[in-house]
Design a protein around this ligand. Structure first.
Ligand code: DGT
Ligand code: MG
Ligand code: MG
Ligand code: MG
Ligand code: MG
Length: 259
């Protein structure tokens, strides 16, 4: 087929293929969700509906993009881990990133009313996204540990902060009360002043959400009408520690050998 005289413009497209054989992590994060959570009166410190909505969007992304083996979410962010051998869009960064961010965002809008039944969406939310390549299993483990540690630190702080504010301190006073405190001080404050045992706070808030694909058997009928057992992968949502080795030992199918 003859080329049009315009085709040369393709030469201006730059090659953005990611290097082979590295873990790919796509992290998306709500744009200005401080404002978004205020405008939609999210419960403080944690709004279960908002987290469930995020998790459902991530589940959809995972079901659609087969190369995602695990996702980790907390607050307004989600990280998607694509397996090393991933050849999606020939590993072109912009294609992979834009597909995941837009699929997540459209689901967020599409599913909003299912989770916020009594609250209209006030304006269209957006998410930013980035791709990071991790060459070793340890790098990937450390990345995920970093995000889960961040979840814990923020949740402990926010739990204290809002307990102080709900008990009558102004936001500035609460900030001053917490300035310079260690984790142990915060746990003690929750315990002695508010009778809250931090370890009894739901794990979804303390640990975030880990999504993996698990193979299950299901019964169906083959072409001859005979009942057969087939396998399919379903996304499972867990709220567990992914910093220690236990989780990785329990999930050899994730193929992270280094622990
Ligand atoms: P960015 O990401 O730079 O565009 O700016 P933000 O405002 O999204 O900042 P970020 O991502 O560092 O922090 C997430 C914000 O979202 C933070 O202000 C708290 C808010 N947020 C997330 N989940 C909840 C929730 O469940 N309840 C409440 N009240 N706020 C939440
Ligand atoms: Mg940010
Ligand atoms: Mg954000
Ligand atoms: Mg964030
Ligand atoms: Mg096209």
């Amino acid at each position: 087929m003859a080329k049009s005289k315009y085709e040369y413009v393709k030469q201006f497209e730059k090659d953005d293929s990611l290097i082979p054989n590295t873990w790919l992590v796509i992290r998306i994060d709500g744009r200005s969700f401080h404002k978004f959570s205020e405008r939609h009166q999210f419960e403080k410190p944690n709004d279960r509906r908002a987290l469930d909505l995020m998790n459902k969007c991530a589940e959809t992304v995972m079901s659609e993009i087969h190369d995602i083996i695990l996702a980790y979410g907390q607050s307004d962010e989600f990280s998607f881990v694509l397996k090393k051998e991933c050849d999606l869009y020939c590993r072109r960064e912009a294609k992979i990133l834009s597909t995941i961010v837009s699929l997540f965002t459209s689901n967020y809008v599409f599913l909003w009313k299912t989770y916020f039944t009594d609250k209209e969406l006030q304006y269209p939310p957006s998410f930013d996204g980035r791709v990071v390549q991790y060459p070793s299993d340890n790098n990937l483990r450390d990345y995920l540990s970093w995000r889960q540690a961040d979840c814990h630190i923020n949740n402990l702080y926010n739990t204290c902060f809002w307990a102080l504010v709900h008990s009558g301190e102004t936001e500035t006073e609460a900030e001053n009360t917490l300035r310079g405190t260690l984790s142990s001080d915060k746990n003690e404050l929750l315990h002695s002043s508010f009778n809250i045992n931090y370890n009894n706070i739901p794990e979804i808030y303390r640990k975030g959400s880990v999504l993996i694909k698990q193979e299950i058997d299901f019964k169906t009928f083959n072409l001859k009408g005979i009942e057969v057992v087939r396998k399919k992968k379903v996304v499972t949502i867990l709220h567990v520690d992914i910093i220690q080795n236990k989780f990785w030992k329990e999930h050899p199918e994730l193929n992270l050998i280094n622990f």
